[in-house]
Design a binder for this molecule. Structure first.
Ligand SMILES: [Zn+2]
Length: 191
């Protein structure tokens, strides 16, 4: 009901993470389960220069979540930013490529200057839930210091524990955002 992780029939409405910690964002959905095949594909999209994957993922997400996005009525799409030095090194932000595809298809503006990654966090991979949260705590800033949008849709590639999405949502809400939703390509299964 919250993060969109698929659950077994007897698991109730919330996954362990959502039941235990609560979230700063309001709700989100992901396109695919993050399995080995998706992991390979996302790694190529992210690290091996396969920017053209944005078309497939963008199209699939647009089809799968068009109705949902229309219900949420976001004023802007905001891709989860990379730290500027990481973005420079990689040459692009895969989340931004995706957001631009969706923005074009849904006619929603994409905003990339507002939410800024400030601290160079450790890669979240290999960290536990609490470490991930601590690692992300001061990761985002709002520039300039005010958010005029009431409803925002964050776009990212992978949702794991939600600590990145929470940190971004918290930063946006502290500066005036009302509702913050997210869409991403892949999500782990809820246990
Ligand atoms: Zn959940």
């Amino acid at each position: 009901m919250k993060c969109g992780k698929p659950l077994g029939e007897s698991d109730g409405e919330y996954c362990m993470d959502c039941g235990k910690t609560g979230h700063a964002y309001d709700r989100g959905r992901a396109l695919f389960l993050y399995d080995d095949r998706l992991r390979d594909s996302i790694a190529a999209f992210k690290y091996r220069g396969r920017r053209e994957y944005k078309r497939f993922y963008g199209e699939e997400m647009s089809l799968a979540f068009g109705v949902q996005a229309a219900r949420w009525r976001p004023e802007v799409l905001i891709p989860v930013p990379l730290h500027p030095s990481r973005r420079r090194k990689r040459g692009y932000n895969q989340a931004e490529l995706l957001a631009r595809e969706l923005g074009r298809s849904w006619h929603i503006p994409v905003e990339t200057g507002l939410l800024v990654r400030v601290e160079k966090t450790l890669p979240q991979k290999g960290l536990g839930g609490r470490e991930r949260r601590r690692n992300m705590k001061t990761a985002f800033k709002i520039r300039p210091d005010h958010v005029k949008f009431k409803t925002i849709l964050l776009i990212d590639d992978i949702y794991t524990t939600g600590s990145t999405m929470d940190a971004a949502a918290r930063a946006l809400k502290e500066k005036g955002a009302g509702k913050v939703y997210f869409l991403c390509i892949g999500i782990g299964s809820g246990r």
